[in-house]
Design a protein around this ligand. Structure first.
Ligand code: UAG
Ligand code: ATP
Ligand code: API
Ligand code: MG
Length: 491
């Protein structure tokens, strides 16, 4: 593809090119640049890609698009070398990456929200598979597919180049239905701008990631981009109507302005209204109304109201038109739980149980504890911490939730990353003074298990499916479920 063709992917390109090279690939990291590569020198969170232009040139870059004005770049270039300034090059990068990677799957559903993205994406993949479709999901849990495709780098929403390449590979392998997680970082950084989204879902918006977005409004605006900028007006749009009223108002407004028909689910939903949910030993029985018509109760083999909300959102993103909705709802009893999400890990001989859950926000912790409370006849015990190098403001809020909703709270380490774990624990404990503090996660889980009596439930929260604990730069092997099983003697 000629550089000029790439530039024409956005409106009104102003560049005059003295030389118009043939471009085979795009790169955002100077280290991955090869010949015939267009290097995007992006302004990052920590570094400036413009500082790596010399390396990109040494590696054979044939053209550069820079988010730093050319006048500020000290490096000299060969005559006629195409280097162009674009204040926000990430949008063009995403478009170029998808053009170069090739066709994408025909149905791509993207889910955003603070909590529930991975679960909803995975439920949607399962629903499609149960319909006999070759489906995949992509997000925090990695790439889940039958196709033999290398996974993209482990982000919830991969960078736009990896994303475009993965989608093209899925399409080549005849996987035409893909459920993607759209993280707020990914949306804000335009990682999804080149994805041909056919359905969008919004689960909820509560506190997280304010270290990055600074304000809840900026965080909400990043997420609503999925509906405002990325979903075509003909696409399927589904929201959880029970989330915070401001986000519901914003999404309703966006949908009305763009002529998008919103499907809404939940207790306040109109497309799929949750009339009643009754916990059962293995999950819950839910009663729904589909477009106002009450249906026979459905057995959902997943515990917790939040799991019902995620399953309903997935269902609403799955049916193509109202006539096929009922067929999709018939599949709900066949859903299976998602790894590390309210996952029953151990059942002790005295009948007490231990769950692993990925709650790492105040709202998630509240939901998982509220969900498991009806399943206990005894006490609810929680082992939890908070990640380092992430939103500090959520720590006391998580402490507050634990102190109010659990009978015993044990504060331990999550992924401290570059922070001092003692200080992270202290920030949580400030709002949870009665908690027991045990730094070592394995010892904390052991203490939780030791405390279990008949009828009690232990929730080990925060790390879900994760296979490691990041301390400094080192990732130590750690799997909450495996540790629980080893300690309980059922490994
Ligand atoms: C804070 C953040 O989101 N950073 C992401 C961002 O990196 P960045 O642009 O800030 O990188 P930078 O280190 O400042 O470097 C600037 C530029 O210099 C380039 N460079 C740098 C070094 C070099 O030798 N040569 C070179 O060219 C870099 O490639 C980059 O283009 O863009 C990169 C490519 O897309 C991402 O890999 C990177 O994710 C980092 C690893 C990360 O930890 N991100 C987390 C916070 C994240 O995105 N999380 C969300 C999930 C959140 C949720 O759970 O809801 C996610 O989607 O995973
Ligand atoms: N609909 C929901 N409402 C509130 N909390 C939820 C909801 N769904 C999931 N949770 C909580 O959030 C945790 C993470 O769920 P999930 O992995 O599906 O979310 P996510 O949005 O993908 O998270 P991440 O941002 O880490 O990728 C769950 O283990 C549970 O504690
Ligand atoms: N995607 C989330 C995952 C958090 C998981 C938790 N275990 C932590 O380390 O904080 C984040 O990057 O904020
Ligand atoms: Mg996720």
């Amino acid at each position: 593809m000629r550089l000029s063709e790439i530039l024409h992917l956005i409106p009104s390109p102003t560049a005059q090119l003295a030389y118009d090279p043939d471009i085979y690939s795009v790169a955002i990291n100077s280290r991955t640049v090869q010949k015939q590569t267009l290097f995007f020198a992006l302004k990052g969170t920590h570094l400036n890609g413009a500082d790596y232009i010399p390396q990109a040139l040494t590696n054979g870059a044939d053209a550069i698009i820079s988010e730093t004005p050319i006048s500020e770049i000290t490096h000299s270039f060969p005559d006629d070398f195409p280097i162009l300034y674009l204040a926000n090059a990430k949008h063009l990068l995403a478009l170029a990456a998808s053009q170069l990677a090739g066709p994408q799957p025909t149905s791509i559903a993207a889910i955003t929200g603070t909590n529930g993205k991975s679960s909803t994406a995975e439920f949607l993949r399962q629903l499609w598979s149960l319909q006999g479709k070759n489906a995949a999901s992509l997000g925090t849990l990695g790439l889940i597919t039958n196709a033999n495709i290398p996974p993209p780098p482990s982000l919830t929403t991969p960078d736009s180049i990896s994303l475009a390449n993965t989608l093209a590979l899925l399409a080549k392998n005849n996987v035409q239905h893909v459920a993607l997680e759209a993280s707020s970082h990914g949306l804000e950084q335009h990682r999804l701008d080149g994805v041909k989204i056919t359905a969008a879902g919004f689960s909820n918006l509560t506190r997280d990631h304010l270290d990055y977005h600074k304000t809840i409004e900026a965080y909400r605006n990043a997420k609503t981009r999925l509906f405002a900028d990325l979903l075509p007006h003909t696409g399927i749009a589904a929201i959880n109507a029970d989330m915070d009223p401001q986000t519901v108002r914003d999404l309703t407004h966006i949908a009305a302005n763009r002529g998008i028909k919103l499907r809404s689910v939940g207790k306040r939903g109109t497309s799929l209204r949750l009339i009643h949910h009754q916990p059962t030993p293995s999950g819950q029985t839910i009663t729904l109304a589909l477009n106002g018509e009450e249906l026979a109760p459905i057995d959902l083999p997943l515990p917790g109201l939040f799991q019902a909300e995620n399953a309903l959102l997935a269902a609403a993103m799955c049916w193509e038109n109202d006539n096929t909705a009922y067929d999709v709802l018939k599949l709900l009893p066949s859903l299976t739980g998602v790894r590390g999400r309210c996952e029953r890990a151990v059942e002790l001989s005295n009948g007490a149980t231990a769950y692993v859950d990925y709650a790492h926000t105040p709202d998630a912790l509240e939901h998982v504890l509220a969900s498991l409370r009806p399943h206990t006849t005894g006490r609810l015990i929680v082992v939890f911490g908070a990640g380092g190098d992430r939103d500090r403001g959520k720590r006391p809020l998580m402490g507050d939730v634990a102190s109010k909703m659990a009978d015993i709270a044990i504060i331990t380490d999550d992924n401290p990353r570059s922070e001092d774990p003692t200080l992270i624990r202290a920030e949580i404990k400030a709002a949870c003074p009665d908690a027991i503090e045990i730094a070592d996660r394995r010892a904390a889980i052991a203490a939780g298990l030791d405390a279990l009596q008949a009828g009690d439930i232990l929730v080990v929260a925060g790390k879900g499916h994760e296979q490691g604990q990041t301390v400094g730069q080192t990732v130590l092997p750690f799997d909450d479920r495996q540790v629980l099983r080893e300690l309980a003697g059922v490994a």
